[in-house]
Design a protein around this ligand. Structure first.
Ligand code: SF4
Ligand code: SF4
Length: 343
């Protein structure tokens, strides 16, 4: 797929090189029949992976408020409500408020790897409406680049993570530029660390002349974006330095090469041995790999008759993502591409 399918339209005229990059189709992350929800008791049934509150930069908020289409009606209403309630309302844009962040911190530091439904729902995104994103056309960096499981395994995730950093950087630079242009004093310590260390910063309200007129401020930020040409955009976002486009292009090539073959089969010469409790050791010549016993029935189904991504969906019924194991077994040549000529 071309990145043009992933990057929101409002960036296209600035990023023509970027949107032309091709990456493998992410066939495992089938969002319309989400893997996280395949188990009837999954705590993610109501949220899928939208148990995340975005950092909606000022010009993205403005874009929502300025959009009079029917598709944006709900997103606009929810955005207006957040502004009225002053929830996470900053000159940067709409961000997770302090209460949300504290709750998130508490949940993430709980000594367990699975969270219950109550914990997941408490982190539900404010823009999620009846199972759908109400602001899709103007979603932020992580919502653009997140795939729970990539067909390129760790190489695919590396690509998305790099793109995420680039989009985050663009959003931050533009938001800062527009706010300053509109007379907002940007706090000195308000750097990109904001995303990682936003506890102290989330309450900052430097509204100056825009106090009480925040919706007008956001719309004005979007107008400023519309007035930018490609040269201004480059200067604001990347200054004189090169963007990381070349690096991204290389990562996209790596991603293409690392993509899981469509049909895989488990080598028939593999021996299975019981390992430490709950695990099975797969042995082939001098190679070994240990996997949870729970996933062995799914691995045995890799016989070339079902697609790789269909078998991932099957494992999701027990809430298991096969990604790391398939990557390891491919590397160790225990899983083989059914259509590779010389294996
Ligand atoms: S990215 Fe994954 S978890 Fe999120 S909606 Fe898509 S399939 Fe579900
Ligand atoms: S903005 Fe949309 S995609 Fe992002 S977390 Fe919220 S509902 Fe999900």
């Amino acid at each position: 797929m071309k990145l043009a399918e992933k990057i929101p339209l409002l960036y296209h005229r600035f990023l023509d090189d970027l949107i032309g990059i091709t990456v493998p189709e992410e066939e495992i992350a089938r969002c319309s029949s989400c893997g996280l929800c395949q188990h009837p008791k999954s705590p993610y049934q109501e949220t899928k992976c939208c148990n995340y509150q975005p950092f909606q930069a000022n010009f993205l908020v403005g874009a929502i408020l300025s959009d009079s289409s029917d598709q944006m009606k709900t997103g606009k209403r929810l955005t207006e409500e957040l502004i009225q309630q002053r929830k996470g309302l900053t000159a940067f844009g709409l961000i997770p408020d302090r209460k949300y962040q504290q709750n998130q911190h508490q949940i993430l530091t709980l000594p367990k790897s699975f969270h219950n439904q109550e914990e997941i729902i408490s982190q539900r995104c404010s823009f999620l409406h009846e199972g759908h994103c109400s602001i899709w056309a103007y979603r932020e960096h992580l919502c653009i680049t997140y795939f729970c499981s990539s067909v390129g395994a760790s190489t695919g995730q590396q690509f998305w993570s790099e793109l995420n950093e680039m989009m985050k950087h663009i959003e931050y630079q533009l938001a800062q530029h527009f706010a300053q242009k509109l007379g907002i004093t940007w706090p000195e310590n308000f750097t990109e660390a904001f995303y990682e260390d936003h506890f102290e910063l989330s309450d900052i309200e430097h509204w100056g002349p825009w106090h009480g007129k925040e919706d007008a401020f956001f719309k004005e930020c979007f107008t400023l974006l519309q007035e930018l040409d490609q040269k201004n955009f480059q200067e604001i976002c990347f200054g004189k330095s090169e963007s990381s486009l070349e690096e991204l292009k290389q990562l996209a090539l790596n991603f293409e090469q690392a993509a899981f073959p469509k049909f895989l089969r488990l080598d028939e010469n593999i021996r299975f041995e019981n390992a430490n409790p709950g695990n099975i050791k797969l042995c082939l010549n001098s190679r070994e790999a240990t996997v949870p016993a729970l996933i062995l029935p799914f691995l045995r189904k890799f016989d070339g008759t079902q697609t790789t991504s269909d078998l991932f969906q099957l494992a999701y019924t027990v809430l298991y993502d096969l990604n790391a194991h398939v990557e390891e077994l491919l590397e160790k040549k225990m899983l083989l591409n059914c259509y590779a000529p010389d294996q």
